[in-house]
Design a protein around this ligand. Sequence first.
Ligand code: FAD
Length: 497
Amino acid sequence: AHGAHVPVLVIGTGYGGAVAALRLAQAGVPVHLLEMGMAWDTPGPDGRIFCNTRSPDHRAYWLRTRTKAPLNYFLGSSIDRDVTRHTGVLDAEEFGGIIVYQGRGVGGGSLVNGGMAVTPRRENFAGILPSVNADEMYGVYYPRANAELGVSAVDPAWFDATPYYQYARVGRKHAQRSGFRFTFVPDVYDWDYMKREEAGTVPKSALAAEILYGNNHGKRSLQQTYLARARATGRVAISPLHRVTAVVPDGARYAVTAEQLDTAGNVTATKTVTADRVFFAAGSVGTSKLLVKLRATGALPRLNDEVGRGWGDNGNVMCGRANHMWDATGARQSAIPCAGIDNWAAGGAFAEVAPLPVGIETYASFYLSITRNPHRARFSWNAAAGRVELDWQTAWKQPSIDMAKTIFDKINATEGTIYRTDLFGVYKIWGDHLTYHPLGGAVLNRATDGHGRLHGHPGLYVIDGALIPGNTTVNPFVTITALAERNIEKIIATDLR
Ligand code: FAD
């Protein structure tokens, strides 16, 4: 309520915010989380909480009147359609040179993502978080994160048999015939549930193209894991549809201002509460935008010059390949990917064999590559426009394309195949306009100390993907979760006891 005081306020309910909430509550500290998106706990008139990728409706997008599908063309035609403006679950946030896709709602990115839960190869860790002790991460915090998130791998025998992973088996065959390392990618999806989906004994989710706009069953989002356990302590309150706009020192405390939104995105109330400590967990973009604005407008003047810097796209780039008729990828496809091609050491690329669950045979293999892109962008405050901007340029994706080509040029040569040119526009091979994996903007040991305490303002912390300087070599949320586990343990031990 307006005017209230809380010991700890957390901005955002993604991985970082959920870890902070659970561990603080378990340590006996009451926690209040503010989340700009919806609760996503109530079915619509169709009996479902979320819509699927084949028929997006108002629930799909954050405050848009037309969908903005990541893969926005098929056979050279736009597949986007008009929708009612609503506080939907997927935000396609447009900056000058890149569209950054993010989850909106209680659970953050865990609501919309593919659930791929990948621990980086240990030899790459020093390049990901150079100031963090790898022995502790691989001995304690990665295992802790994987256990809490409910990570497991597909049953290889079922993988080999089900029609729903024919596309991934084709991906494996092509990878292996070109001499690349094929890996199964673990996931938080309940694989036994997926088997029951195939058997027809439960409602279909992954097997009914549920991905991007939410999963109604099967995927263990943060609502089922960290946030459920945090709520069970009785010490955690979550306010959805509350967007934080300011954090200002107020004596030894902080005054936090939030706008309450209705589901059309209108501001219906503005509230201020005070907190002893504030955790920024609004995601790489959300946290960076808030901090850059608050520094520039004088609310938090002592934040250092590193705030806003070191942002990267995890080297995301997408492409499709056109297979021969004997390599059909299947009209039935699980929306949960489970296969990867690892050419990181030799070519700087790790490619997921991704689904194209359009419901018809496409003969296409589709991939999301994570690459060692060296470019880092910066957030800055545009006072005239009253908004935060990001200086990423689309041309900066070229190194990512070159790295992805170390895999797919070779596969095309081996198989005698070509790239698809109809998935991202008219004669456009590369999906180089977007990222699913924003990272950085308040980098560990630069904008903060070695555990996420922001320099200049005691009692303020960063605990989300903003801490990670732009790349994790694989999908990021396990690393975001493990780093949050590491940092919150230290903060509870030293700052709250
Ligand atoms: P987030 O999860 O983004 O959470 C931040 C939360 O803060 C959001 O709920 C947001 O609404 C809220 N917020 C923002 N600003 C404010 C504000 N001002 N006030 C109040 N609340 C605010 N990663 C993987 O590892 N594996 C995958 O398979 C995978 N697939 C993906 C697929 C898609 C389509 C997308 C978009 C992402 C995917 N990711 C995947 C990335 C992963 O989801 C993110 O890296 C992760 O969610 C980031 O966690 P976070 O805690 O930093 O922030």
